[in-house]
Design a protein around this ligand. Structure first.
Ligand code: AGP
Length: 613
């Protein structure tokens, strides 16, 4: 997804803009650019390719980044939506006079109509982007007040935006606005920053302000004036970032993804910390803001999510039904928002989203609210849009997840869903003993993960053995079915191998036609209910000469003779088993992708947070 950075303050802005873009690289992009207000004008530098190339180009203009004349500027990394990746399509975009520069995330739905209208007024368009209409529109609306000009322009716009605007006539001002694409303000000392993602500015300040949809702000080095798009003043609280900027660094790991795989014991520890009440044999999730009686009234749960978060939700479905006895459905968020879902007054809609910014999941939240559901979020990013619009929920506290392929978010989401199921169950028919047992099991999760991480070298050997395969199947039953889906998604995302996750019983209903010697099957055969049936499925695969890699529980004496390779998983119950098992699958995918020389942290075509439909 595109990234935005802006700075106005006491220091020359170029190095801050470039550093901010570097921290946003993980989001995926194809070109980058910046604009600096200096010498009564705007200087822009843009190029396709990496931020490093932009830095080199900028060095040609400013040989010493610390001694430039510009103290206000904006910058952008572009993930092409309208117009191919090119220097001319890279942001910032300027108006004809060169006085206004705009960087923009989102999609202007009525840009063609606006472009024709502006062309009729003599504007000359240089790019194929929708964004360029904004720079010309703002210029046309400008009568001396930058905030008013941007407000007037945005009132003509349909679509989504997170944007920042600078003007050569206002060397210490940036105007920002958001509708459907996040923008956060960093509150510094005699300096103010803006970004589309906290990680771009966390090294400069931990005090941030999240804009809501249709908020705008005029920022200067020492002031922040927030209004809505109707020009009415609004107040937004200053939030405190709860993690250190080093958490957004690789800290010696080759890739962010590997770091985030290995930090899962700590991440899950953070998710469960302070939320297990052994004396009452239940979980404590005050962020849900639900009284026990309100919780007891919930008679159906709908989980709305995308991608990995949906796979976590599919695991949670088993928890809510098996542990808490609550009918539960998992909906692809994109489908939920359009299919006129049935929502009753006692339905809870749970939006699972690591970033809290996924457009389809956010839209599902809004649809659920319109239908009167009890809405809650399960998010990792504090202050994210979904977290704020649900108004209640559970934060993962997993720290920033930079790798595009989600890892610790999944294990923390599953752990949080398990705690939620215990809480709901203990408010219903779950007895104290069962509650205590599950609480004890949840407490063991970080240790179980660590045991699998300690086996990484064995998993790496297996990965290298199968790295040349072009097709994989992942199969499982019960909670291990969505775990298989997640394993397949990981492999697809980072190794570009075609991998399918399937319920083990489904193979014989068609997919088994694809099995042959060059198609490995990863079978999740942990020693939990359904294992014997998975063993039978393994035999079916072996009969078609597919090599089988099984995950199996330590001490399983039968498995080795049935399969080519075994990934050993420590003993644990069927509820907890998805977590250590998925860590093994994350490692398997990582080592295969690395063996294939793939770009692991920023896989082709992918973005970390899909903030467009
Ligand atoms: C997972 O590896 C992918 N990056 C993607 O499927 C992701 O899980 C999905 O886009 C949902 O993101 P969210 O959790 O931030 O809503």
């Amino acid at each position: 997804m595109c990234g935005i950075v802006g700075y106005t303050g006491k220091r020359c802005c170029v190095s801050t803009l470039l550093e901010g873009l570097r921290r946003l690289e993980y989001r995926g992009y194809d070109s980058a650019g910046l604009a600096v207000v200096e010498n009564q004008g705007l200087t822009t530098v843009k190029n396709t390719g990496k931020v490093e190339a932009l830095k080199d180009r900028s060095a040609e203009r400013w040989p010493d980044f610390e001694r430039c004349e510009g103290y206000t500027g904006i910058a952008h990394t572009r993930w092409a939506t309208h117009g191919a990746p090119s220097e001319i399509n890279a942001h910032p975009h300027l108006d004809d006079s060169g006085k206004f520069a705009v960087v923009h995330n989102g999609i202007i739905d009525n840009y063609l109509e606006l472009r024709e209208h502006l062309r009729g007024q003599g504007c000359e368009f240089k790019s194929d982007t929708d964004t360029e209409v904004l720079s010309h529109l703002i210029a046309k609306c400008y009568q001396g007040d930058l905030l008013h000009a941007v407000a007037a322009a945005l009132n003509k716009v349909k679509g989504t935006f997170g944007l920042a605007v600078v003007c050569s006539e206002h060397p210490d001002k940036i105007v920002i606005a958001r509708r459907g694409s996040p923008i956060v303000i960093g509150v510094g000392n005699d300096e103010t920053l803006v970004a589309s993602d906290i990680s771009a500015i966390a090294s400069y300040t931990k005090r941030v302000i999240f804009l809501d949809d249709d908020d705008m702000a005029l920022i200067t080095p020492g002031s922040i004036e927030i209004r809505n798009i109707e020009n009415v003043p609004v107040s937004r609280e200053i939030a405190q970032i709860d993690w250190d900027v080093s958490a957004a660094e690789k800290n010696g790991y080759e890739h962010f993804m590997l770091k985030e795989i290995f930090e899962q014991p700590q991440a899950v520890e953070n998710t469960i910390r302070g939320r297990l009440d052994k004396s009452a044999a239940t979980a404590v999730l005050n962020g849900l803001n639900l009284e026990p009686r309100e919780m007891a009234m919930i008679n159906r749960i709908v989980i709305a999510a995308c991608g990995t978060s949906m796979n976590a939700g599919l695991v949670g479905e088993y928890f809510f039904e098996d542990i808490a006895g609550i009918p539960t459905d998992v909906e692809q968020a994109a489908e939920f928002r359009y299919r006129n879902p049935i929502i009753e007054p006692n339905t809870m809609v749970l939006a699972v989203s690591q970033s809290g910014e996924t457009a389809d999941t956010l839209a599902a939240v809004r649809e659920a609210k319109n239908k009167g559901a009890i809405v809650a979020g399960l998010n990792n990013v504090v202050g994210s849009t979904i977290a704020r619009e649900t108004g209640r929920g559970i934060y993962l506290h997993a720290g920033p997840e930079i790798g595009v392929a989600s890892t610790k978010a999944f294990t923390c989401q599953v752990s949080a869903l398990l705690m939620m199921a215990v809480l709901f169950g203990r408010g219903r028919r779950m007895n104290r003993t069962d509650g205590e047992n599950l609480i004890n099991e949840i407490q063991q999760v970080p240790n179980l993960i660590q045991q699998v991480l300690d086996r990484a070298p064995e998993i790496e050997k297996i990965a290298i053995k199968y790295a040349k395969a072009e097709d994989f199947f992942f199969i499982g039953r019960g909670c291990m079915y969505p775990t298989a889906l997640e394993g397949a998604l990981k492999l697809k995302e980072i190794s570009y191998i075609h991998a399918e996750g399937y319920h083990a019983a489904e193979l014989k209903h068609g997919p088994i036609a694809l099995l042959e010697e060059k198609v490995p099957v990863v079978a999740l055969a942990n020693n939990i209910p359904g294992r014997d049936k998975v063993l039978a499925n393994i035999q079916e695969c072996a009969a078609r000469k597919s090599p089988v890699i099984a995950t199996a529980t330590d001490g399983d004496a039968d498995i080795a003779s049935l399969v080519q390779d075994v990934i050993w998983i420590p003993e644990c119950s069927r509820f907890v088993a998805p977590v250590p098992t998925v860590v093994a699958l994350q490692l398997l995918s990582y080592y295969i992708a690395r063996e294939r020389g793939c770009e692991i942290d920023q896989p082709r075509n992918l973005a970390k947070s899909v903030t467009v439909e």
